[in-house]
Design a protein around this ligand. Structure first.
Ligand code: COA
Length: 432
C-alpha cells in the first residue's frame, strides 16, 4: 500500500474511535492546548458504554466533561496537574491527583502507569507520512510511543512544529480527521503589581541569558521589561505569545546559547493563533519531549540559565508551596523543580520564584511564618535561590535562617511586616 492508502485505511469517525476504548483502559490524552476534542466528546456522550476508564491528563484546558458529577462510574480522572476545570473534581474526591515531576512522566508511562490508549492530536501528514505533534510534544509523544493503541485526531489547523516532534502514519492505529480551532490561551491581564515584579525579575537577567518562563501574568510581565536586553535565548517547558514579540524585536536571538544555539527549545505551547502561526514550519522553534527539555542535566548545559516560576506561599525558611493551599490541591509541581534545579546547577544560572506579596485583594500574605497545615512543599528551602515580590528581591542562597527570614520579611507586604517581625523575634530570640 502506498502512504495515501495506508492513511485512508485508518480513517474512522470520532464515534467509531470512541468504541475502540474499552472499560478498564488507561487513556492518556494529548496535553494542554493539544487536547483532542472530538473523540473525547464522543466518549463522554457514549459514557454508558464504559466502566472505570482511567483518564490521565496534566494541564486540562477544555471543560473536562469526563470529570463532571455523574461521570464517576464511567471515567476516573487521574490528574498529574490540577487545573481550573479539574480542581473541584479532585477536591470533592471524584478524581485523583498523582504527584510527579513533569520530566518523569514519560518514564511513568513506561513503568508505573502503562498506557492502553494514547488519544492524541497531530497535523496532517507530510509527503513522507510524518505528522507533527504541533503544540504539545511533552508527554504526548512518549505516551504514544508506548501505548498499546494510538488514536489520533488529524487536524489541519494544527501548526507543524519542528525538532523531534513527529509520528509516522504507520505508528497510528486509527485516524479521526478534524478541523476545529486549536485551543487558545488568551494573554493574562497585567496590573501594577505584576509589572513591578516583572521589572525586579528583569533586573536579574543579563544579556546573553537563556530563559525559562512559567505560565501566567508574572512571566508575561517579565517579558515587558526585556525589550532593551540583547541576545537572549529560550529553553523553556512552554512559551506563550510574549516570546514572539521579543523574537520580532530582535531581543531573543538564541545566538549565545550553549546548547541548541540559534533555536528556541520547548516542549509545549500555549497561546493564541499568533503564536501558532509563528511556530508553524519555523525551524527556529524546536520541540522535544519533556524528559529531554525538562531534564535538569540538559537544562544545566545552558549557561546563564534563568528560571522564573510562581508559587502560592513562601515560609520564613524559604520553603515554597506552589501546588496546594493546605490540603487543597490547586495545581501541580509541573516543571518548576526541574527548572529550579537545572538553573541552580548551570554556570551563572539563577532560579527565581516570583509572586505577588498578597492574595485575596491584599487580605492574605503569601510570605508566612509557616506554610498552611497540609501544604505540600513544592520547592525545598535548599533549592530556592531568589524570591521576588512587587517590593523587591530576596536572595536566599548562602544565607542562614535568620538572614533568609529577614530578607523575606523585607519584601513582604508592609501590612504584614509587623506580625512577621514579631514571629522573627520570637523564633530567633533576638531583636530584628
Ligand atoms: N492563600 C490562599 N489562597 C491563595 C494563596 C494563598 N497564599 N495564593 C493563591 N491563592 C488562591 C488565589 O486567590 C487563586 O484563587 P482563585 O482561583 O479562586 O482566584 C488561586 O489560589 C490561584 O492563585 P493565583 O495567584 O491566581 O495563581 P496563578 O495563576 O498566578 O498561578 C501558581 C500560580 C503557583 C498556582 C502557578 O504558577 C503554578 O501552578 N505553579 C506550579 C507549577 C509551575 O511552576 N510550573 C512551571 C512552569 S509552567
Amino acid at each position: 500500500m502506498n502512504l495515501e492508502d495506508v492513511y485512508k485505511s485508518k480513517v474512522i469517525t470520532a464515534e467509531q474511535a470512541a468504541t475502540k476504548v474499552k472499560s478498564g483502559d488507561r487513556v492518556v490524552i494529548g496535553h494542554a492546548c493539544g487536547e483532542p476534542i472530538e473523540v473525547l466528546a464522543s466518549m463522554v456522550s457514549n459514557c454508558e458504554a464504559y466502566e472505570n476508564v482511567e483518564i490521565i491528563h496534566m494541564v486540562a484546558m477544555s471543560k473536562s466533561e469526563y470529570a463532571k458529577p455523574g461521570m464517576e462510574k464511567h471515567f476516573r480522572h487521574n490528574s498529574l496537574f490540577v487545573g481550573g476545570s479539574t480542581r473541584e473534581a479532585v477536591s470533592s474526591g471524584r478524581a485523583d491527583f498523582t504527584p510527579c515531576y513533569f520530566s518523569e512522566t514519560p518514564n511513568l508511562f513506561k513503568e508505573e502507569l502503562p498506557v492502553d490508549v494514547a488519544l492524541i492530536q497531530v497535523t496532517t501528514p507530510d509527503k513522507y507520512g510524518y505528522c507533527s505533534f504541533g503544540v504539545s510534544n511533552d508527554y504526548t509523544k512518549p505516551a504514544s510511543k508506548c501505548a498499546k493503541l494510538v488514536i489520533a485526531e488529524v487536524n489541519n489547523k494544527m501548526p507543524r512544529t519542528m525538532g523531534d516532534s513527529f509520528i509516522h502514519v504507520s505508528e497510528i492505529d486509527y485516524i479521526v480527521e478534524s478541523n476545529h480551532q486549536i485551543i487558545e490561551l488568551n494573554p493574562p491581564k497585567i496590573g501594577d503589581v505584576e509589572r513591578a515584579i516583572g521589572e525586579h525579575c528583569a533586573s536579574l537577567i543579563e544579556d546573553g541569558s537563556t530563559l525559562q518562563l512559567g505560565i501566567g501574568a508574572i512571566p508575561d510581565a517579565v517579558l515587558l521589561f526585556l525589550k532593551d536586553k540583547k541576545n537572549l535565548g529560550i529553553h523553556s517547558e512552554m512559551i506563550s505569545d510574549g516570546v514572539v514579540e521579543l523574537v520580532e524585536a530582535g531581543v531573543v536571538t538564541n545566538k549565545l546559547k550553549t546548547i541548541h544555539p540559534g533555536k528556541i527549545v520547548v516542549t509545549f505551547l500555549m497561546g493564541t493563533q499568533r503564536l501558532y502561526d509563528f511556530v508553524n514550519n519555523n525551524p527556529m522553534v524546536e520541540m522535544y519531549s519533556v524528559d529531554y527539555v525538562n531534564d535538569p542535566i540538559v537544562i544545566a548545559k545552558n549557561s546563564k540559565m534563568i528560571s522564573i516560576n510562581s508559587c502560592v506561599q513562601v515560609d520564613l525558611m524559604g520553603q515554597v508551596a506552589s501546588e496546594s493551599i493546605g490540603l487543597k490541591q490547586i495545581s501541580g509541581v509541573g516543571g518548576q523543580v526541574d527548572f529550579v534545579r537545572g538553573a541552580n546547577m548551570c554556570k551563572d544560572g539563577k532560579s527565581i520564584m516570583a509572586m505577588a506579596s498578597t492574595t485575596s485583594k491584599g487580605k492574605i500574605s503569601k510570605i508566612v511564618p509557616l506554610l498552611d497545615e497540609g501544604s505540600a512543599v513544592t520547592t525545598g528551602r535548599n533549592d530556592v535561590n531568589y524570591v521576588v515580590t512587587e517590593y523587591g528581591i530576596a536572595k536566599l542562597k548562602g544565607k542562614n535562617l535568620k538572614e533568609r527570614a529577614r530578607a523575606l520579611i523585607n519584601i513582604a507586604h508592609p501590612n504584614f511586616r509587623t506580625s512577621l517581625i514579631q514571629e522573627w523575634e520570637k523564633r530567633f530570640k533576638t531583636e530584628f
